[in-house]
Design a protein around this ligand. Structure first.
Ligand SMILES: Cc1cc2nc3c(=O)[nH]c(=O)nc-3n(C[C@H](O)[C@H](O)[C@H](O)COP(=O)(O)O)c2cc1C
Length: 343
């Protein structure tokens, strides 16, 4: 993938088309549930359409399609970051076609000024990975967490920071929700399907991105058990016993609970993940606690006690000392996710 040069609009039609295509290619790096990459794109000159790919919907794991829409929202935000980094201003219309709920957004290059704050996140877009290992014992500071939450709120959502007792309550719900989800018909089959992919499929959760031993700590949010893992755990300091995991959780919530709300939440999640990466932090999106109606209700009322609807949880912390760089996860090439014609 080509890194953008210094910004500046006013390219020729052909160069704008090339920059738009490169930006969509960058957007494919967005995180997605089980790395399903549930998106399709249509490119028409300086216009890009983002469509949901319902064939990649995890019907047992994600019955409400929330994770799918959050994933597509993250890809939409990644696209705007990549376009801004190339000096392009855009106009975004979400869910533009009431007759076609799969058409999630249309992004048009305009003559205006690019958003330099968005463009500054581009190096983080290239570096971000889901990190499921133990994080450092020292948590991010309250100011750092507030700055991340503010990045998310720019997308019009509510963001709550969970530490201390609230984090422990969330961890308890996540344990219970994982137990409950094991009995959901089809959940285990979907997990197996997306963790045992043919290398040529360029998707799914690869064992190299899952630790051999998941982190153990009373406060840390428990992570989804993918049933396989080859990633080397971070080294424990000699003689320290089991080191605590200082990760905290940010919860993205919305006042409504429509597909547009989930799309917006995905954009906010991407903004938080990229800002955290830019600040040198490690991140893990966690959706498991919100995938069954019962545990989502428990997060909303028992853990948070708020009227808004939780859309996705983000685990954030400092990388543990000695953490090795994470391997890149697979992505389908641009040509495999392009839609042609008027559709
Ligand atoms: C909506 C959403 C939900 C996710 N849920 C989880 C989860 O519950 N547990 C987890 O370990 N990773 C979760 N992930 C992370 C994906 O597995 C990850 O993004 C994907 O495998 C690609 O890897 P990457 O983020 O390193 O590029 C989620 C990501 C998204 C966008």
């Amino acid at each position: 993938m080509t890194a953008p040069g210094p910004g500046g609009t006013g390219g020729t039609g052909a160069s704008v088309r090339a920059m738009v295509a490169e930006s969509v290619e960058d957007a494919l790096r967005a995180p997605s549930v089980h790395n399903t990459q549930p998106w399709r794109w249509r490119l028409r000159g300086g216009t890009v359409e983002l469509h949901a790919d319902w064939t990649r919907h995890l019907t047992a794991t994600d019955p409400d399609r929330r994770d799918l829409l959050v994933s597509c929202g993250a890809a939409l935000h990644h696209l705007t970051v990549a376009l801004a980094a190339r000096g392009l201003a855009v106009d975004v219309t979400r869910l533009p076609d009431p007759e076609n709920p799969a058409h999630l957004a249309t992004v048009r290059v305009t003559d205006g000024r690019p958003d330099t704050g968005l463009g500054a996140l581009y190096p983080a877009l290239l570096r971000r990975h889901t990190d499921r290992r133990r994080f450092a014992e020292a948590s991010p500071t309250a100011d750092e967490l507030e700055a991340l939450a503010a990045r998310g709120r720019d997308s019009g959502v509510v963001v709550l920071v969970l530490t201390g007792a609230a984090l422990e309550r969330l961890a308890a719900v996540l344990v219970e929700s994982a137990r409950r989800q094991r009995d959901v018909p089809g959940y285990a089959a979907e997990l197996r399907h997306w963790t045992h992919r043919h290398p040529g499929s360029h998707d799914g959760v690869v064992p190299e991105s899952v630790p051999r031993h998941p982190p153990v700590s009373p406060a840390a949010a428990p992570l989804r058990d993918f049933g396989h893992g080859r990633l080397r755990p971070v080294p424990e300091p000699p003689g320290a016993g089991t080191t605590n995991d200082g990760s905290v959780a940010l919860v993205v919530l919305t006042a409504g609970d429509t597909p547009l709300d989930s799309l917006r939440a995905g954009e906010a999640a991407s903004a938080i993940l990229l800002a955290a990466t830019a600040a040198g932090m490690a991140t893990t999106p966690l959706s498991q606690g919100l995938e069954t109606a019962q545990s989502r209700r428990a997060v909303r009322f028992d853990v948070l006690g708020v009227p808004e609807n939780p859309q996705v949880v983000l685990r954030v912390g400092r990388p543990a000392p000695g953490s090795e760089p994470l391997p890149p996860t697979p992505r389908r090439p641009l040509r495999s996710v392009l839609l042609s014609g008027r559709g």
